[in-house]
Design a protein around this ligand. Structure first.
Ligand code: FES
Ligand code: CO
Length: 341
């Protein structure tokens, strides 16, 4: 549950960050949004999200009449969002089109308008931008490619800055420790040198081979598979990786995308896609990712400082951290302030 006390007072700009305000953020899974509106929080701003026959819509979750939450209302037969307090009806542009307490011929004041936010649905997720989107959603072709089987993992609630979650996703050297036995093994911790590339809109690695031994008791770990990882951060709070078995071409894609609820609280959604094991129940894949993410979360929530240090002298960087350093530099140049120090 989101702690409502965390929310900023109306009109306060304590969390102002023009970079993140102008980003698309994942707010709920498509399947979570049916006929009832849903309340979400984006950068401490309450947002009501709802579905109509025309698609998904987002309004500021605040009735301009007396400040009730529109998300506690309902969508009526005209597909307007109805405030539960006095029944004012808002259309998808946020315009109030009916005030039940007044006569049909009475004029509706032009100021009777809820703030409308940008909203779209893609990759099994509903996305909201509370500012002006400076870029389209990141592309994830493998989610829509029929050779791949898509599914969505999450939501995962994390009591930490979204930037810390993204940085953890860029990290290779933890796979053998935090995910030891699942994604690597401490006996095979040495990482090869790898390259990191920087472009104006993304930072990414070259191929990084990682040996994943087969886990069984009494094993000397020599059996296993070397997977080729490529990791990429393409938005301040969105990244993805591919994990490829070179021998078979079997590839898993994971996009990790983070909703910044407040500076030190976030929710993670993970669209995942695979070109193998289509016959295996999706729930098995989801359960596995849940376990892996739980392991990451356990570490991330203990990290200090809570906000990601952008001063590169503040922590000790190692050559295994090349992508993390590139990420810190990149969001520093971009001017991301929330979740950083
Ligand atoms: Fe919404 Fe009165 S507070 S209609
Ligand atoms: Co991890």
């Amino acid at each position: 549950m989101i702690d409502q006390k965390l929310l900023k007072p109306l009109g306060s700009s304590a969390l102002s960050d023009t970079v993140l305000e102008n980003e698309w953020h994942p707010v709920c899974g498509s399947h979570e949004l049916a006929d009832k509106p849903v309340s979400v929080i984006v950068l401490e701003e309450r947002v009501a999200v709802y579905r109509s026959s025309k698609g998904v819509h987002a309004l500021r979750d605040l009735c301009v009449h007396r400040g009730a939450m529109l998300s506690k209302g309902w969508v009526d037969k005209n597909e307007n969002l109805v405030c539960p307090y006095h029944g004012w009806q808002y259309n998808s542009d946020g315009k109030c089109v009916c005030i039940p307490a007044q006569g049909k011929d009475d004029r509706i004041p032009p100021r009777a308008k809820a703030t409308k936010y940008h909203c779209q649905e893609k990759f099994g997720i509903v996305w909201v931008c509370i500012g002006e989107p400076r870029a389209d959603l990141p592309s994830f072709e493998e989610f829509e490619n029929p050779e791949y089987r898509p599914l969505v993992c999450g939501p995962y609630h994390v009591k930490a800055a979204g930037t810390r979650v993204i940085e953890n996703f860029t990290d290779f050297a933890h796979l053998m420790y935090v995910h030891g036995g699942l994604l690597g093994h401490p006996d095979y911790s040495e990482l090869p040198d790898f390259e990191v590339f920087k472009e104006p809109d993304r930072v990414y690695t070259g191929d990084v081979p990682i040996f994943q031994p087969v886990a069984h008791s009494g094993s000397d770990h020599r059996e296993g598979t070397t997977y080729i990882y490529v990791k990429e951060v393409f938005r301040p709070l969105a990244a993805r990786l591919s994990k490829r078995d070179q021998a078979t071409g079997q590839t898993l894609w994971i996009m990790l995308t983070v909703l910044p609820v407040s500076e030190q609280e976030c929710i993670v959604y993970m669209p995942v896609s695979r070109n193998y094991a289509h016959e295996v129940d999706d729930q098995q894949f989801i359960d596995f990712q849940d376990t892996v993410f739980e392991q990451d979360k356990w570490i991330i929530e203990t990290q200090k400082p809570e906000l990601l240090p952008l001063d590169l002298q503040a922590e000790l960087n190692h050559k295994a951290d090349l992508l993390s350093v590139a990420y810190r530099r990149w969001i520093n140049q971009m001017g991301v302030r929330i979740g950083t120090t």
